[in-house]
Design a protein around this ligand. Structure first.
Ligand SMILES: NC(=O)c1ccc[n+]([C@@H]2O[C@H](COP(=O)([O-])OP(=O)(O)OC[C@H]3O[C@@H](n4cnc5c(N)ncnc54)[C@H](O)[C@@H]3O)[C@@H](O)[C@H]2O)c1
Length: 330
């Protein structure tokens, strides 16, 4: 299949591009490089530097690529920043998706896989999270993702768009061969931050509260390996039903505490990784983990990376060999 990948120079997108190529697809990456890295894009993919907010460039790139499906990763991802700058996030995540859908409708492209998030759910009263639980995001970031899910449902009804929104839990780890990995600036994700301590790039790791109702008092999250996420996308793109908007959790179904992640990093790196307890961050639910039953049934997908030490180990292979991330060739 010819596939058009927005945000394919970013963390999750770049791993998916590789998996799509390995599955025999022809890939065009469309990325503004606002947060992505040219060096993360597999050289076998066609690369177009462009912004989804620039409708003319987008139209022309989509026309040249003539894709049968679009995988839409592009967007801004920082929850805290979205609280400070909601207009920026609605523009970057909702308006850009609107442009993409307009261009797709014009050109008759009727398949999309969308990067959604567990942040669309209301902080849960019971776990694991099942797709039908109430959606009521507590951040503008989550709201923008939910707004796109609504758009996809409305386009399914109106012009037959088929889509699968994958609601990721915490994307983690790096390619097994250590050649591509996570390089966000600023970094806000736990595993890379912990590994930066092991690299001597920060003195310690701040634990945001140790008085949650969890076994060791720290928050529980579901760490899904980025290669497992990539495999879910490859399965999803082949499974889209015309005229249907579907929503699937992509997580392991297993939660790990912040302390457990730090312990795994200590064991993998051999570094003591000093930690310090600071105040809770407002809005952090004590625990989040997926019920992956629906994705297993619907796509025949299940995670291969189920050992937290191996997930952290894959991240360490990347960070220890690329301590400053990618060379930014822009
Ligand atoms: N990382 C996670 O744990 C996680 C969890 C849930 C959902 N998601 C979603 O997955 C997607 C990918 O996340 P990521 O961690 O790879 O982020 P990322 O920042 O590494 O990648 C996003 C990419 O999109 C590009 N981009 C942003 N705005 C653009 C625009 N207007 N036009 C063209 N390109 C643009 C950036 O340059 C970057 O390469 C995002 O939509 C994010 O919301 C990520």
């Amino acid at each position: 299949m010819r596939v058009f990948v927005t945000g394919g120079a970013g963390y999750v997108g770049s791993h998916c591009v590789r998996a799509l190529l390995a599955a025999g697809h022809h890939v065009t990456v469309f990325d503004s490089l606002i947060n992505g890295h040219r060096a993360a894009v597999d050289p076998r993919a066609t690369f177009v530097q462009g912004d989804l907010l620039d409708l003319a460039t987008l139209r022309s790139a989509l026309q040249s690529a003539a894709p049968e499906a679009v995988l839409h990763f592009a967007g801004l991802i920082n929850v805290g920043e979205s609280v400070q700058q909601p207009l920026l996030y609605y523009r970057a995540n909702v308006l850009s998706s609107l442009h993409l859908l307009e261009a797709m409708q014009e050109q008759g492209v009727r398949r999309m896989v969308f990067s959604s998030t567990c942040a669309v759910y209301r902080p849960p009263e019971r776990l694991p999270l099942v797709e039908d639980m109430p959606r009521a995001p507590i951040s503008p970031y989550g709201e923008t993702k939910l707004a796109v899910e609504w758009l996809l449902s409305d386009c399914a009804a109106a012009w037959g768009l088929g889509s699968i929104s994958l609601r990721y839990f915490n994307a983690s780890g790096a390619a097994a061969d250590g050649t591509i990995g996570e390089a966000h600036r600023p970094e806000t994700h736990l595993i890379p931050l912990v590994l930066q301590v092991a690299l001597g790039q920060r003195p310690d790791i701040a634990i945001l509260g140790d008085d949650y109702p969890t076994p060791d008092g720290t928050c529980i999250r579901d760490y899904i390996h980025v290669e497992d996420l990539a495999a879910a996308h490859v399965a999803a793109v082949a499974a889209i039903n015309p005229g249907q908007a579907e929503f699937l959790n992509v997580g392991t179904g297993i939660g790990h505490t912040v302390q457990a992640v730090i312990e795994a990093a200590r064991s993998v790196t051999g570094h003591e990784i000093p930690a310090r307890i600071v105040a809770r961050r407002p809005g952090d639910p004590p625990a989040l983990y997926a019920d992956p039953t629906r994705v297993r049934q619907r796509l025949g997908w299940s995670p291969k990376w189920t050992d937290l030490r191996e997930v952290v180990g894959s991240a360490w292979r990347w960070h220890s060999t690329h301590p400053h991330g990618y060379p930014d060739v822009r």
